[in-house]
Design a protein around this ligand. Structure first.
Ligand code: HEC
Ligand code: HEC
Length: 408
């Protein structure tokens, strides 16, 4: 019998690999970069005319005839999510309040959200005496949030598990499971809002239409109160029966947000030498432990949101650079308010995603920090170890980190 040469074996192995490998790896390719831009263009989730029409609905001014009020915060989603393009953030803040009873948070009568406007002066809400837990909350950007929605629960859990815990200044992000309004009884890891109080963009839309604008839908059919007093349909203050909207707008808002691109870096600064050295320092002292620089979304087709949604091809298997872990941390800034997370989250806040942070001049959840240095200076608690390292840098190294933030 003829001896099989090593070369022949190698050749056959190559053929076998060529035949077998595709069936193992299928047609999967590596993740690709999510499209970025402050340019009002679709990320591919819908076509451009649909996105333009959805953006218009998102920015549409509602009136009392549409269900606005009786208590509310503003007339359109776009009013607070606007700088520099529809969907980003703004300087508008909201109030929340409650009180502590034996160490347990109790919401203000009505809800912890204290509306800053009303359709009648008679029912203007204000914080009642004794409600000493109170805060401002800044408007957050929704740009790129379709990608954030497409992050698998397991990915967020893995980020938390990988955080160093006790060996590195006690950092350990907390995940919370929150209810999804679109599927009865279903929960998912929260990732939206300063408290991670929502897990899907449809749930957030229902919440915001009711709570920011006072418009009820089948998803959120119960009208807001004024400091706990009923002011809905049947009283002098609300002419429309619930639900005031058939819920179609909620689908439009969610579709708009899912089709937005992620906030872009400042193109002229990405390769700046100071910015580059700031980036290295940011990572080396540990800012990146919470301000996660890179996350990959779940593959297209993955069922999410309690089975109510499949990850779209435009959103699946994408690399995003949010500079945030979408986890709750106690860095000593917690506002004491509980939303969907239970009492253990009272003093925790979601890591602020730093993408697009150069468009904000009121920082932290309460908007009470004026500069990047002031915001960094407020990082204590879980972040104290990293903040100490920041403080031990030279002046020019600290300046480089600030320059880096200005490029995000
Ligand atoms: C009065 C201003 C205001 C209006 C109007 C408003 N929002 Fe917001 N939005 C905010 C604030 C403030 C937050 C942060 C809330 C918090 O977590 O405390 C926010 C957060 C969000 C988030 C979470 C973003 C993230 O990445 O975490 C989404 C999504 C959102 N809003 C959607 C909407 C939609 C949809 C509408 C219209 C139905 C709307 N908002 C109307 C102020 C507003
Ligand atoms: C332990 C986690 C953790 C670490 C480490 C950390 N941060 Fe933060 N960062 C947060 C959280 C949480 C917030 C939001 C706090 C709030 O709103 O009260 C935040 C907010 C910020 C903000 C404000 C952003 C905005 O939109 O308002 C900046 C800027 C910032 N961090 C920069 C840094 C820098 C620079 C470092 C490293 C020196 C750092 N952070 C380290 C968790 C962390």
């Amino acid at each position: 019998m003829k001896k099989v040469s090593n070369l022949t074996i190698v050749a056959w192995m190559a053929v076998a690999a060529w035949v077998l490998l595709p069936s193992v790896v299928g047609t999967q390719t590596g993740p690709t970069e999510a499209p970025a831009g402050f340019d009002d263009l679709t990320n591919g989730f819908v076509d451009q005319p649909t996105h333009d029409a959805d953006a218009e609905t998102f920015a549409e001014q509602e009136t009392i005839a549409d269900g606005l009020g009786p208590v509310y915060n503003a007339q359109s989603c776009g009013e607070c999510h606007q700088n520099p393009v529809t969907g980003s953030s703004s300087q508008i803040t909201e109030q929340r309040a409650g009180r502590l009873s034996n160490g347990i948070f109790v919401s203000h009568p009505g809800d912890s959200l204290i509306h800053s406007r009303a359709t009648s002066a008679t029912i203007q809400e204000r914080i009642l005496p004794g409600h000493t837990v109170r805060t401002f909350r800044t408007s957050l950007s929704v740009l790129g949030d379709g990608f954030v929605e497409a992050i698998a629960n397991s990915t967020l859990q893995q980020i938390a598990d990988d955080q160093p815990g006790r060996s590195f200044g006690n950092i350990r992000g907390q995940v919370i499971f929150v209810p999804l309004s679109e599927v009865d009884g279903a929960t998912r890891i929260g990732r939206f809002g300063h408290k991670n109080q929502q897990a899907s963009l449809l749930s957030f839309s229902g919440d915001a239409y009711l709570n920011e604008m006072g418009i009820t839908t089948p998803m959120q059919p119960v009208e807001n109160t004024s400091n706990g007093t009923f002011v809905g349909f049947g009283t002098a203050f609300d002419p429309l029966p619930e639900p005031e909207d058939d819920g179609e707008d909620l689908e439009t808002f969610a579709r708009f947000m899912r089709a937005t691109k992620v906030p872009p870096r400042e193109a002229g600064l990405i390769n700046n030498t100071t910015v580059k050295s700031g980036e290295q320092l940011f990572d080396s002292i540990g800012c990146d432990i919470c301000h996660t620089p890179r996350i990959v979304t779940a593959p297209a087709g993955t069922l999410i949101n309690g089975g109510a949604l499949r990850v779209h091809a435009a959103l699946g298997n994408k690399v995003i650079r949010p500079f945030g872990d979408f986890l709750l941390h106690d860095i000593g800034t917690g506002d004491g308010i509980v939303q969907n997370g239970g009492n253990s989250t009272r003093n925790k806040v979601r890591t602020a995603p730093l993408w697009g942070v150069r468009t904000r001049n009121r920082l932290m959840h309460d908007g009470l920090s004026f500069t990047f240095l002031e915001a960094i200076g407020r990082h204590g608690g879980e972040a104290a170890f990293v903040t100490n390292r920041f403080n031990n840098l030279s002046q020019s190294q600290r300046d480089a980190i600030v320059a880096y933030l200005t490029s995000l």
